[in-house]
Design a protein around this ligand. Structure first.
Ligand code: FES
Ligand code: FES
Length: 160
């Protein structure tokens, strides 16, 4: 079966046996390795992507269910919020092994793009389903806070 959808602004076509998930198509057929496979059961957030502007697990949706939809992965997110988050996470050295970070990036980007200057309570709530087995949460939260400050200082929310 051939399935068409959009990934990071490009039309793509992948094969599917009908039981294949979006994350397998992204990683194995399209070479987008940034989306990570953790639990495979909607429990860790490592696989988070955006589908038609909504946060979604890529491990639990069949690829045929994204037919005709717009998917954005960690590789494709651009703009002032994405730039601030990338810089803050890198500068803080947030994370240890880094396995969780792309899912955290996509989740935090979703929040920071929807909410003007979210509080840390909101940040913690948004990230509460993103697990980090290294226990690097504090550094990650500090980096997200720094990214929020950067976006506010640059007036970037209007462009987000
Ligand atoms: S791999 Fe999808 S939620 Fe864990
Ligand atoms: S930094 Fe290793 S899982 Fe989060």
């Amino acid at each position: 079966m051939s399935i068409r959808f959009q990934v990071n602004g490009e039309e793509v076509e992948v094969g599917s046996d009908g039981a294949s998930t979006l994350i397998l198509a992204l990683r194995n057929e399209l070479g987008l390795k940034g989306t990570r496979f953790g639990c495979g059961e909607e429990n860790c957030g490592a696989c988070n992507v955006m589908i038609d502007d909504r946060l979604h697990y890529a491990c639990s949706i069949f690829v045929e269910d994204v037919t005709g939809k717009r998917v954005e992965t960690v590789e494709g997110l651009r703009g002032p919020v994405a730039d601030a988050l990338r810089a803050a996470l890198a500068e803080a050295g947030a994370g240890q092994c880094g396995y969780c970070l792309s899912g955290i990036f996509v989740t935090a980007h979703d929040l920071l793009s929807r909410r003007q200057r979210p509080s840390m309570v909101e940040v913690k709530q948004a990230l509460s389903r993103n697990l980090c087995r290294c226990g690097a949460h504090l550094g990650i939260l500090r980096a997200v806070a720094a990214a929020i400050d950067t976006v506010v200082a640059s007036g970037g929310y209007d462009e987000a």
